[in-house]
Ligand binder design. Structure first.
Ligand code: AMP
Ligand code: TRP
Length: 336
């Protein structure tokens, strides 16, 4: 029996943090044996806000190295660079022409990012979800594992695919496969260390708000020492008045691999002075092996070149086949 396919990606816009790890990569690793995985670096998405051309290539390779360091295995996964496969931009153009403008104007992430950009909002930022729909639909995945913040983009992807199928396909012969989001409850929304009501994010100006997967042990200890807590003694999950408490306990639970019941019992009578060193220890134990593997991988640049070259070849075959199918359905003149 052929395995089901999953597809996902992360923008190479800087070091990955615990939100990216717990919301996305860790899930890819946990399920990789049951699926054929296609994982990419969304570098075309990374230029939808002003970017540094000197850093883009390195960031892209660093994200690939982070996937591998976190435990993605090449026997199960194909890792590739989005911009190496022209079909992404090409399908995005065709999807642009069937996507109503008002579907994009109501995207939450667009609205949030547009506010931050002020006067400088590019057409690309508005169009971001259409490119994401192309990324997904090209590979006909069964599931798309992402964090909670991507839910609306996945719903849009399904709507765009259905619209194209309705206009240009037939019920018996749909052109595009409709993908399903795979969003796990735990870790789907890791919150900022500086404010338990805000998502942990690469674009937060404060480094203290996030722990990078590659942070040194000392940096991890400092960030946890300085993170926001509350004055209440005794720690608990799920109290809406204690968002920091819930977030920090969840991090401890996920990084130590324990159940919620076990952590709730372990920490019920603790104060922050006792809990913070414990969380520091679990975080260091989870991240330091990843950091070591990451540096090993980057010290062998030939290895990463091979991974990305092979990844491109394998991914391109699938992407080009879907693109050809769409072009035919839309009635483009064949190349003779
Ligand atoms: P990005 O860094 O925006 O490219 O996000 C890459 C992946 O990480 C996506 O699957 C996001 O849903 C996930 N992600 C980003 N931030 C968080 C967060 N704070 N909590 C959980 N998942 C997140
Ligand atoms: N927009 C996603 C994010 O910020 C990254 C992404 C781009 C993606 N294309 C994708 C995720 C396709 C899943 C599938 O997290």
């Amino acid at each position: 029996m052929t395995k089901q396919r999953i597809l996902s990606g992360i923008q190479p816009t800087g070091d990955l943090h615990l939100g990216n790890y717990l919301g996305a990569i860790r899930n890819w690793v946990e399920i990789q044996e049951q699926y054929d995985s296609y994982l990419f670096m969304a570098d075309l998405h990374a230029i939808t806000v002003p970017h540094d051309p000197k850093a883009l290539a390195d960031n892209t390779r660093n994200v690939a190295a982070t996937y591998l360091a976190c435990g993605i295995k090449l026997e199960h996964a194909t890792i590739f660079v989005q911009s190496h496969i022209p079909a992404h931009a090409e399908l995005a153009w065709m999807l642009n022409c069937i996507t109503p403008l008002n579907w994009l104007e109501r995207m939450i992430q667009f609205k949030e990012k547009a506010i931050k950009q002020g006067e400088d909002v590019s057409v690309g930022l508005l169009d971001y979800p259409v490119l994401q729909a192309a990324d997904i639909l090209l590979y006909e995945p069964d599931q798309v594992p992402v964090g909670e913040d991507q839910k609306q983009h996945l719903e849009l992807t399904r709507d765009i695919a259905q619209r194209l199928n309705y206009r240009f396909g037939s019920e018996k012969q749909p052109i595009l496969k409709i993908p399903t989001p795979l969003i796990r409850k735990e870790g789907a929304r890791v919150m900022s260390l500086a404010d338990g009501t805000k998502k942990m994010s690469k674009s937060d100006p404060s480094e203290l708000s996030r722990i990078s997967v590659l942070d040194s042990n000392d940096t991890i200890a400092t960030k946890i020492k300085k993170c926001k807590t509350d004055p209440t003694r005794g720690l608990e999950f799920g109290n809406p008045d204690r968002p920091e408490c819930n977030n920090l306990l969840t991090l401890h639970m996920l990084l130590s691999g324990q159940t919620q019941e076990a952590v709730a019992a372990e920490c019920a009578d603790m104060g922050w002075g006792q809990f913070k060193p414990l969380l520091t220890e679990t975080t260091i134990a989870a991240l330091s092996p990843i950091r070591e593997r990451y540096h090993e991988i980057l010290n062998d640049p030939g290895y990463l070149d091979t991974v990305l070259r092979d990844g491109k070849e394998k991914a391109e075959t699938i992407a080009n086949a879907t693109l050809a199918k769409v072009k035919q359905a839309l009635g483009f003149a064949p190349m003779v």
